[in-house]
Design a protein around this ligand. Structure first.
Ligand code: XMP
Length: 517
């Protein structure tokens, strides 16, 4: 275990991911956690993240210098580097020389940390203060034109740091520097592999659920619920039942992916509820986006709970006393809600009508320690179909919020056809993993004039919205090659009779959101 101490600048999650990419398990802890508490977790190393620009700023977060003298290897990055310098008697000064963005660094004496790195390379910086003198016992390894001490190490005490951000993509050789610290200086073993994750989780789930418990899992067609279900299935076999609510708002082929391909790959016991008509009835006449979301959410819970009551009622009739609800909660959600990383034992406030009163509910969250990219790798490890594992994010309300206007069966069919063509062409061009998401939106209440063959048409426009993003919080419109755009446009207008115009959304987020509603 490596602890990443978060000084509150959003770098901690990225650092934790990079540590795991170096095959070492890591968790994030807040800087306000007392050092004794960190040490009690027996970390193999501690990493201090970046943070606000100055260690001298009023209210700047700090950490007790005990962290440097406990005998645990420590690595400081950016702000963490300055904290280490100051905490051990070095000098950090307002030199007035700031460095932001890409910066050239010169390796003056590589030592262990910067071994085999080019003498000159580019790193990502973001700092106002500079370390002007390293603490006693440290070797200075690198400098920039304005920062005399840009990296240092003390191999005896196993302490090291860099002024830059090795975790960001724009830093050359960043991963190598981190690995030198973890593997060579701190001596961490490389045990965080997908095989180990799966085995560990299976053992954990078996302990939690016991030999008699029954579990239920809602499948959405997305990667998280699919991987969560697949792990639990490996752990408890037929005592897991998956429920799939087909609300009719999925894209072409996605219901089949769940009902046929997922079942074939995992052998889960699947309970499908065809609720298409129910959702259409509930959505009739509604065009307000928030209203649509509310209706879809409400109907979903009702349908799911009815199915749940049926499945678990049957288990209870066979004598089950405890029931488990599987959820695909990911590590970023856990960190953001301030929780620890152990399996949650919170009793879910489940109020499903029709269940025996003495049946208790507990949550099972097998992905609680994982990042999204790790979930995909675990999915591959479990043999899930690539279409599910590599699926782009898709909103819960589905195509319901990609039809601008009222949702009807005819409109859903039009949008499904247009969307399927756009996705097919994206895949054919080999761009699936470069594009974060590509909503296709039907402007159902808009008509425009066109001409096809000898005839005038009066059809609907669709908008395609390809975006690149890291986390959906911000996004940029993707510069798809013109020939790909041309194929999408030609095929949609030829093959989907009701659509006579294809438009491209070239708005970043902000100001636009990714979805249109
Ligand atoms: P926006 O449109 O806000 O979307 O830029 C950000 C990300 O969230 C997805 N999204 C939703 N997901 N329920 C969901 O489960 C929703 O109501 C919803 N609205 C947007 C969107 O697809 C994108 O990935």
């Amino acid at each position: 275990l490596v602890l990443v101490v978060d000084f509150g600048a959003q770098y901690a999650q990225l650092i934790a991911r990079r540590v795991r990419e170096a095959r070492v398990y890591s968790e994030i802890v807040p800087h306000s956690m007392p050092v004794e508490e960190m040490l009690a977790r027996q970390p193999k190393a501690i990493i201090l993240s970046g943070g606000p620009s100055s260690v001298y700023a009023e209210g700047a977060p700090g950490i007790s210098s005990d962290v440097f003298t406990a005998g645990v290897p420590v690595f400081g990055m950016c702000y963490g580097f300055q904290l280490m310098a100051r905490g051990l008697g070095g000098e950090v000064a307002h030199t007035g020389a700031r460095e932001y963005g890409r910066t050239g660094v010169t390796v003056t004496a590589p030592g262990t940390l910067l071994a085999e790195l080019p003498e000159q390379h580019t790193v990502w910086m973001s700092h106002g203060d500079s370390v002007t003198a390293a603490p006693a016992g440290f070797d200075v390894l690198a400098s920039t034109t304005v920062t005399p001490v840009a990296a240092f190490e003390d191999l005896d005490r196993r302490l090291a740091g860099v002024q830059w951000h090795p975790e960001v993509l724009h830093t050359e050789h960043g991963q190598k520097v981190l690995e030198h610290f973890l593997h060579k200086i701190a001596g961490c073993r490389q045990t965080w592999t997908m095989v180990n994750i799966v085995e560990e989780q299976i053992a954990r789930i078996q302990t939690q659920i016991g030999a008699e418990g029954h579990a239920i899992c809602g499948l959405s067609g997305g990667v998280d619920s699919a991987v969560a279900a697949a792990i639990v299935q490996r752990a408890i076999g037929e005592r897991l039942t998956c429920v799939f609510v087909d609300h009719g708002l999925l894209r072409k082929g996605e219901a089949e992916q769940v009902e046929r391909d997922f079942v074939a790959a995992t052998g889960v016991d699947l309970h499908v509820v065809d609720a298409q008509q129910r959702f259409l009835d509930a959505l009739a006449g509604v065009s307000d986006p928030e209203e649509k979301r509310k209706i879809i959410g409400r109907e979903f819970i009702r349908v799911f709970e009815a199915a749940e009551a049926e499945v678990l009622g049957a288990a209870a009739a066979e004598g089950a006393k405890v029931a488990f609800l599987v959820q695909g909660t990911l590590y970023p959600d856990v960190v953001e809600s301030g929780g620890g990383a152990g399996t949650s034992n919170i009793k879910s406030h489940h109020n499903v009508g029709g269940l025996p009163e003495d049946l208790e509910f507990e949550l099972v969250e097998p992905l609680r320690t994982l990042f999204k990219d790790e979930v995909r790798l675990v999915g591959e490890q479990l043999g899930l179909p690539a279409e599910i594992v590599w699926r782009q994010p898709f909103p819960g309300p589905g195509l319901g919020i990609r039809i601008i206007g009222e949702v009807t069966r005819e409109r859903l069919d039009i949008l499904r056809d247009a969307d399927a063509i756009a996705r097919e062409e994206l895949t054919r061009a080999g761009l699936d993993r470069d594009i974060w998401q590509m909503p296709v939106v039907l402007l159902a209440d808009v008509r425009s004039v066109g001409v096809q063959g000898d005839g005038r048409t009066y059809g609907h426009p669709v908008v395609i919205r390809p975006v690149t993003s890291e986390d959906a919080m911000t996004a940029d419109w993707a510069r798809l090659p013109y020939d790909v755009l041309e194929r999408i446009s030609t095929r949609i207008t030829n093959e989907v009779a009701e659509v006579n115009r294809v438009t491209l959304d070239v708005t970043s987020k902000p100001p636009g959101t990714i979805e249109w509603e």
